[in-house]
Design a protein. Structure first.
Length: 57
């Protein structure tokens, strides 16, 4: 019977830790930018769309 390589399990744990860290950083970044993102989507975009001339043919 072959012995299992402990390094393959260790690699999985390292990838899981990296993914977890990336997720935490993404959530923190979005939380920090949430006010400006909300303003952009609720104020800036509708105002820009209202300035587009409409062709009522």
């Amino acid at each position: 019977m072959k012995k299992r390589n402990k390094k393959s399990g260790q690699g999985l744990v390292e990838y899981a830790l990296i993914i977890g860290l990336v997720a935490i950083v993404a959530v923190a970044t979005l939380s920090a930018c949430s006010k400006s993102l909300k303003s952009f989507y609720l104020d800036t975009i509708p105002n820009a769309l209202n300035t587009i001339p409409h062709n009522n043919n």
